[in-house]
Design a protein around this ligand. Structure first.
Ligand code: SF4
Length: 252
């Protein structure tokens, strides 16, 4: 049985994290009035690897292929590859566009201020970074943090597809324009797409139809730390929580 004090402390911490994320804009009544979520139908059978096999498959891809990859020009300017990290059995995968300087130096996805904000967002959902899987469309840093070019994305694309096939998440959250547009095969912008469930197109065997929730990239949120932008991201994350069967925060 769970310790009631521990549960209360956890709940209080979660509310504090939400308030920090939203800058005091959290309103419990809004939580309770979420519309019913209508998910796109999943159109293909998902991969069914055993938990240990998923971990081994990801590790083998990283060690044997990605770490030494020279398939595109980004291999010449990177310090190291950034494969992604988290639970190989995660129900939720976050996908960004590519590593930045901090990630290039550390070899880990979403470090620095954007990573701290993403950690807060995950914490507000009642989870830890280690409960989800976080990765990018390209595994090497584009110089000067420019967007990855189409030939770089195409070269790296099979790695992301295989990561998603192995993990077979219940939900994918795309963060920002490049990741959202590439995964959803659209030219529409994130402002119009965010907040609405989209089925992942048939990009690779077994992952077509996986529900995708597009939302703003944490870096964008840091540059535009407005109550509206924060509230919109939190609204997107609440939809994800609902689909994952996570408890939404109770009234204070
Ligand atoms: S970005 Fe991807 S394809 Fe290009 S070198 Fe890095 S791992 Fe290889």
């Amino acid at each position: 049985m769970s310790d009631p004090i521990e549960s209360l402390t956890k709940a209080a911490k979660q509310l504090l994290e939400i308030e920090q994320l939203l800058g005091g804009q959290f309103t419990p009544s809004a939580v309770n009035s979420l519309p019913e979520v209508k998910l796109p139908a999943r159109t293909a059978a998902v991969a069914n690897l055993a938990p240990g096999d998923k971990s081994a498959a990801l590790d083998a891809m990283n060690q044997n292929e990605v770490k030494t990859c020279t398939l595109c020009g980004l291999s010449k300017t990177r310090i190291q590859t950034v494969f992604g990290e988290g639970d190989p059995n995660a129900k939720l995968v976050f996908v960004g566009e590519g590593p930045g300087q901090n990630e290039d130096e550390s070899g880990r996805p979403f470090c620095g201020r954007a990573g701290e904000l993403l950690d807060k967002m995950i914490g507000a959902m009642g989870m830890k970074r280690s409960d989800v899987f976080i990765c990018n469309v390209v595994k090497c840093r584009p110089p000067e943090n420019r967007n990855p070019m189409s030939n770089e994305v195409e070269a790296c694309w099979p790695y992301l597809m295989r990561q998603l096939q192995i993990i077979a998440p219940k939900v994918i959250v795309t963060m920002g324009n490049p990741a959202t547009q590439k995964l959803l095969q659209t030219k529409k912008g994130i402002t119009g797409l965010r907040g609405n469930w989209q089925p992942l197109p048939e990009l690779a065997d077994s992952i077509g139809g996986t529900p995708v929730m597009p939302t703003f990239h944490p870096s964008y949120l840091l540059r535009n730390y407005t109550p509206q932008a924060r509230s919109e991201v939190w609204s997107d994350l609440k939809q994800v929580m609902t689909v994952l069967g996570l408890d939404l925060p109770k009234d204070k």
